[in-house]
Design a protein around this ligand. Structure first.
Ligand SMILES: C[S@@+](CC[C@H](N)C(=O)[O-])C[C@H]1O[C@@H](n2cnc3c(N)ncnc32)[C@H](O)[C@@H]1O
Length: 243
């Protein structure tokens, strides 16, 4: 069953402001592919990023969750939205820009699926097209696992997110996100929406090796624009397709 079935309705309420994430993508496009005519987002979710991009490119979003895509359909009615798996897709066309952001790739639970995503991206990028990717690092998933559950009160309910973390024998970080939303349905009653979502994180050297196959590295920074390490919160990559 695809993740986000139960969390979709609360995703935009509970998650951080997507504005800075969209700005980061805009900056990469302005720097490296300012003439982009087409853009594909893998793991587009509710369309929060697509809706905020500053680009004139024609927009396509792909996601595995029908519930997230239903919201995206209302948020970015002009985008072409596709239900599909970002590690195994064939859209029969190419794009100037492909993005996969807000740790969407971390949702692929084995290294083979990350490699398969990279192959699909390569096959769908125009010559010299760019791939904007971010990943949660092992350090970040470990820190989230060490923290107490995160509690967020919003108008209409409370969300509690509890992350657990373990590292496997191959140095891959594996985390389990336990998401509970207590939705207030009347003065004395709450309805519980519960689901668990997995993420893995690879050592950045392994991500770099995956990216070296078919791509040039244009940029790789942490949240502050400094060189990314396995202890950064995220690593942000901009890659250019080469043959
Ligand atoms: C953390 S959300 C990010 C959504 C959006 N990129 C944003 O920044 O708001 C991760 C998204 O990846 C999607 N996803 C997870 N596994 C996927 C897969 N195998 N193929 C396509 N989408 C997937 C989820 O359904 C979810 O919408």
């Amino acid at each position: 069953m695809p993740a986000y079935e139960h969390f979709a309705a609360f995703y935009d309420i509970v998650m951080d402001d997507p504005g800075p994430r969209a700005e980061r993508v805009d900056t990469a496009i302005e720097r490296f592919r300012p003439d982009a005519g087409s853009l594909l987002e893998l793991g587009c979710g509710t369309g929060a990023i697509l809706a905020r991009l500053n680009t004139a490119a024609e927009l396509t979003g792909l996601d595995l969750s029908p519930e997230m895509l239903a919201i995206a359909g209302r948020t970015v009615p002009g985008a072409h939205l596709i239900l599909g798996d970002m590690s195994d897709f064939d859209l029969g066309r190419r794009f100037d820009v492909i993005i996969c952001v807000f740790d969407s790739i971390n949702h692929l639970m084995n290294v083979a699926a990350w490699a398969s995503l990279m192959r699909c991206v390569h096959a769908h990028l125009a010559d010299d097209g760019i791939f904007v990717l971010d990943v949660n690092t092992i350090g970040e998933l470990r820190r989230l696992g060490d923290e107490l559950p995160w509690v967020y009160d919003f108008d209409g309910g409370t969300a509690i997110i509890d992350v657990t973390f373990a590292e496997d024998a191959h140095g891959v970080g594996v985390s389990d996100w336990d998401l509970r939303v207590f939705e207030q349905v009347n003065a004395s009653r709450y309805e519980l929406h519960h689901e668990r979502i997995g993420e893995i994180a690879l050592p950045l050297d392994r991500v770099r090796r995956l990216a070296a196959d078919g791509f040039d590295l244009l940029d790789e920074v942490d949240e502050e624009g400094l060189p990314a390490t396995d202890e950064s919160v995220k690593a942000h990559f901009v890659l250019r397709r080469v043959n």
